[in-house]
Write a protein that binds this ligand. Structure first.
Ligand SMILES: NC(=O)c1ccc[n+]([C@@H]2O[C@H](COP(=O)([O-])OP(=O)(O)OC[C@H]3O[C@@H](n4cnc5c(N)ncnc54)[C@H](OP(=O)(O)O)[C@@H]3O)[C@@H](O)[C@H]2O)c1
Length: 259
């Protein structure tokens, strides 16, 4: 039986006792976040550069000052699927090896290396936290079976970087298990965010994606709302135990409900 709405987790910042930190790269693109942080004084915006471990150390020190040196849950959400060659399948890179290297390197830098820096810079705080959870927001694209069944042959660098970070997340879990630290890779679903809107706004692309996704789930009609995805994700994070540490789960907390 589905849980009653009142049992569903609410965003942590709703409870003023919680301290929530949003690491961003630029205030210029953080309008809605700024508006929320103006209303909820327990939201702290920290501007940093994920590609720079020194800056991330400074960000961690800033967080530590507010929390007294601890962090319960670290969520790695930032991610991007570029560059423009991401629309190409593998064989299209024959004779375009520079473009291939760029496709792979850009994504590995942004979606994998930066996340390792982030975990390492915040690990001291997580060690001192009560929940001790590290959660990587991955993607269906990082799953071999999802790719096999949908037949989606593009987004090479993005998919490789997400699959790679899934493995790294499991390795962090293996290394840190004896300290009680739990890690998880989680697909957020197909979610109606700015990134998704940019893609599905084109009716032809939306139709193409729906055709592919219907091979997994014939009932999918389109992306779910951000609220629905985040509520589901919070539930999975809340349920995370040592027994599930290191897994790659969907926002429903299983291995096959991708939407
Ligand atoms: N939406 C979906 O259907 C879907 C499906 C599977 C997985 N995901 C994953 O879910 C996560 C959130 O995606 P989204 O759909 O919300 O995408 P989005 O609308 O493009 O938002 C991505 C966020 O990541 C930040 N970001 C990207 N690259 C960054 C970098 N190098 N340094 C710092 N911040 C960076 C962006 O910052 P700015 O605001 O400064 O640009 C933005 O806030 C991503 O990891 C994505 O791969 C999404």
């Amino acid at each position: 039986m589905p849980a009653a709405d009142t049992d569903r987790p609410r965003p942590k910042s709703v409870d003023p006792k919680n301290k929530v930190f949003a690491l961003i790269r630029s205030r210029a693109t953080a309008g809605p976040l700024e508006e929320l942080a103006a209303k909820r004084k327990n939201i702290h915006i920290v501007v940093t550069d994920m590609s720079n471990p020194r800056k991330l150390d400074e960000a961690a020190a800033e967080v530590a000052k507010v929390t007294g040196g601890s962090l319960d849950v670290l969520i790695l959400n930032a991610g991007s699927a570029g560059p423009e060659t991401s629309t190409l399948p593998p064989s299209a890179f024959h004779g375009r090896e520079d473009a291939l290297e760029n496709e792979i390197h850009e994504n590995i830098k942004n979606n994998l290396l930066s996340n390792i820096y982030l975990v390492n810079c915040f690990l001291g705080l997580v060690r001192n936290g009560v929940e001790k959870k590290i959660v990587f927001v991955s993607s269906q694209c990082g799953d071999v079976e999802f790719t096999r069944v949908t037949g989606l042959a593009t987004l090479l660098g993005y998919s490789v970087s997400k699959a790679g970070m899934n493995v790294i997340t499991t390795k962090f879990g293996a290394e840190l298990a004896q300290e009680g630290i739990k890690t998880l890779s989680m697909s957020p679903g197909w979610v109606n965010t700015d990134a998704a809107k940019a893609v599905t706004g084109d009716p032809e692309i939306r139709k193409f994606m729906l055709n592919a996704f219907h091979k997994i789930d014939p009932t999918v009609e389109g992306p779910i709302s951000v609220d629905e995805s985040v509520t589901d994700q919070l539930q999975v994070i809340q349920n995370l135990t040592e027994a599930d540490s290191g897994k790659f789960l969907t926002h429903h907390g299983n291995h096959d409900e991708w939407f």
